[in-house]
Design a protein around this ligand. Structure first.
Ligand code: ADP
Ligand code: MG
Length: 328
């Protein structure tokens, strides 16, 4: 038996679970999964590269959690119930302490949703590259898309904006956030490393939202996708953006550019008809998540996000914006 198989058996096999009758997990050339009658599968994939998607200093346990969380966040944005996941790891070396903590981080989050690891691939490479695909399901035809926003809808989001970006500053450039309370920064760093995917909110929104997206590349960039896909514009009210204590301190001193563009927030942003806003707030409350109205869907004109402060248009330059994160 080669070390590769021992490694899979030791660190990854424990994350599998007994599968339903006729299904198959780790061990064969492929996994077999069943889709409940009348349902569709939703499949998402996200890759995390060391020093690109997370600082090299991030604990392996947090890396495992985050790798699954960012995928579950994509499933949540579609409104899917998570079913299982597959994992491809490429590592420069197989360090047992790293693998143990990484797989524990995956297991921490997977355990909450009772989802098994069903397969994957394990290779050696010069750089750490981690790819996870998650499978979810939902009743046929009920997925939330980026394309359903209607003029007159209210734009809403869950949680707070900007903590991922501020947390990243706290890790990589602490001198830039010295003016923020250390406890507030700690909360932002936890959000960066261990985001909470809004899975149950996403499932509940299927019945209520006209469109949804998860905030991973920065709210402006992500809402820009909704504008393009739905053929609308969005008027975003800056004073309504939900901020944590760290976020408020940052905005007071440096403005909105970072919260609007930094990304790594993994909150849901969605549009709902005006008549549904109260219902959405009530449903979210019952799930322990707070949601906020942050803007309005308006006529297309340029199919883009327009910024407002207290109802008055604000020029992009005024908030010193750079575009959202781009790899190329
Ligand atoms: P093959 O050579 O047929 O591609 P592998 O040797 O890559 O098979 O993998 C053997 C089994 O272990 C397969 O069922 C595969 O899905 C599983 N596996 C490999 N790497 C991982 C991993 N990182 N996590 C979970 N399962 C894995
Ligand atoms: Mg293989």
């Amino acid at each position: 038996m080669s070390y590769e198989f021992e490694l899979i058996d030791h660190y990854f096999k424990p994350l599998s679970r007994p599968t339903a009758q006729g299904d198959l997990g780790i061990g064969d050339d492929g996994a077999l999964i069943s889709v409940p009658d009348g349902h569709q599968s939703v499949i998402v994939t996200d890759t995390m590269v060391e020093s690109v998607h997370y600082p090299a200093s991030t604990s392996p346990r947090a890396i495992g959690w985050k790798l699954l969380a960012v995928n579950l966040s994509d499933l949540a944005a579609m409104g899917a119930v998570p079913q299982c996941y597959s994992l491809a790891v490429s590592l420069p070396e197989a360090r047992s302490d790293w693998l143990k903590a990484f797989s524990a981080g995956l297991g921490d989050l997977a355990g909450r949703y009772q989802i098994p690891l069903i397969g994957g691939d394990t290779t050696k490479s010069r750089q750490t590259v981690l790819t996870l695909s998650a499978v979810g399901h939902l009743p046929k035809g009920t997925a939330m898309r980026r394309s359903g926003a209607q003029e007159g809808d209210v734009v809403m989001m869950s949680g707070t904006l900007g903590d991922g970006g501020i947390g990243l500053k706290a890790v990589l450039a602490p001198e830039e956030v010295e003016f923020i309370d250390p406890d507030a920064l700690e909360i932002a760093v936890t959000k960066l490393n261990q985001p909470e995917p809004r899975v149950s909110l996403g499932v509940a929104l299927r019945e209520l939202a006209t469109s949804a997206i998860d905030v991973s590349d920065g709210l402006l960039a992500d809402l820009g996708h909704v504008c393009q896909a739905s053929n609308v514009s969005v008027a975003l009210e800056l004073s309504a953006l939900p901020l944590s204590e760290a976020g408020r301190a940052w905005v007071a001193k440096k403005g909105y550019a970072l919260p609007l563009t930094a990304g790594d927030d993994y909150e849901l942003c969605f549009t709902v008809p005006k008549a549904c806003v109260n219902k959405v707030q009530e449903v979210a409350q019952n799930l322990g998540t707070t949601v906020y109205a942050i803007g309005e869907v308006v006529e297309p004109i340029e199919k883009k996000v327009i910024l407002k402060r207290n109802g008055k248009a604000v020029a992009m330059e005024e908030v010193a914006l750079q575009p959202g994160y781009r790899h190329f």
